[in-house]
Design a protein around this ligand. Structure first.
Ligand SMILES: [Zn+2]
Length: 306
């Protein structure tokens, strides 16, 4: 079952709204362009952009899940407190925005442990959700799920069931599912897709929301809600509503992915908040506590039910 909201005579599915709270210079496309040692010297815009989003959500009476980068929480704890104070769910985006599959397990453990402690200190509440930088839990970094369990996380939102040059497990289930690992169990919350001609196509936000026409997202979420009775898990970043952000050098594909349609994104988000109902990922999972078994496995090393 998914959560339902009372509409005008009909019930609408409550989708999940989420943000990865990071600055424009943290984005993986700028790895190798912006040295980590210069992050503190860069103009930070994450607070003003996130506060703008918080005001928008207040206006629409919507609550969402904010996956905060530990680096941000350490420098701007008041921002994390404000996110929590306004009733949103605070979760972890890791500490240093390093791709999971580029880290050793020990380095990853240090990163998620430091992030969780820093964000919890700032928020004043427990953090149990995690999303990896650039969805970088893939078939070669599934060991990260065991570490997330051992470090006290109850759900992960890092596996995108699509083909992409940097991330994705195309065979992963398209709905939230439970992973049984050696370290215990973890609920996985995949990025949203629609399935056409045996191919999973992303409709869950980010560049797909910003670069493609709005109608693509609206059609995709409506299809999930109506044809599949499935809630969408939408994601965006504060820098995606900031057309004035400083321009950084990158390859043409990176520049296209990062800068395309920045000026239109806030208007599209407001349209989205009008067209659909949204809540937190935590609320979405609470509404479906019993995930039913399936015979669809990701790889044989990752038994799961959904
Ligand atoms: Zn990120």
């Amino acid at each position: 079952m998914v959560a339902l909201a009372q509409g005008t005579g009909t019930q609408r599915i409550v989708n999940a709204m989420s943000f990865d709270v990071e600055d424009y210079f943290h984005v993986s496309v700028f790895d190798g362009v912006v040295s980590r040692s210069t992050w503190d010297a860069m103009e930070s815009r994450v607070c003003r952009n996130t506060e703008r989003l918080l005001d928008t959500f207040d206006e629409f009476k919507v609550q969402g899940t904010f996956f905060v980068l530990g680096w941000v929480a350490e420098r701007y704890p008041h921002l994390v407190r404000e996110i929590a104070r306004r009733g949103h769910e605070v979760a972890s985006h890791g500490y240093g925005h390093r791709l999971v599959y580029d880290q050793t397990p020990d380095a990853f453990r240090d990163d998620v442990r430091r992030a969780k402690a820093t964000i919890e200190d700032a928020a004043g509440c427990a953090v149990t959700g995690y999303r990896a930088p650039s969805f970088s839990i893939t078939l070669r970094s599934l060991w990260a799920l065991d570490i997330l369990i051992e470090e006290g996380h109850s759900y992960d939102a890092s596996i995108f069931p699509i083909r992409h040059d940097r991330y994705g497990i195309p065979s992963a289930p398209r709905r939230p599912f439970s992973c049984q690992r050696a370290a215990g169990s973890l609920t996985e919350v995949p990025g949203s897709t629609v399935r056409l001609a045996s191919v999973n196509l992303p409709v869950g936000g980010g560049g797909y929301f910003r670069i493609l026409p709005y109608e693509w997202t609206r059609w995709g979420i409506a299809r999930l809600n109506q044809a599949e009775q499935q809630a969408a898990v939408f994601y965006l970043h504060p820098w995606e509503i900031d057309p004035e952000q400083p321009r950084l050098p990158a390859g043409w594909l990176g520049r296209f992915r990062h800068y395309r349609h920045l000026a239109q994104t806030e208007g599209r988000l407001r349209r989205l908040l009008t067209d659909f109902d949204f809540g937190t990922i935590g609320a979405l999972l609470s509404a479906q506590p019993h995930l039913t078994p399936t015979d669809r496995l990701i790889p044989l090393t990752l038994p799961c039910v959904w």
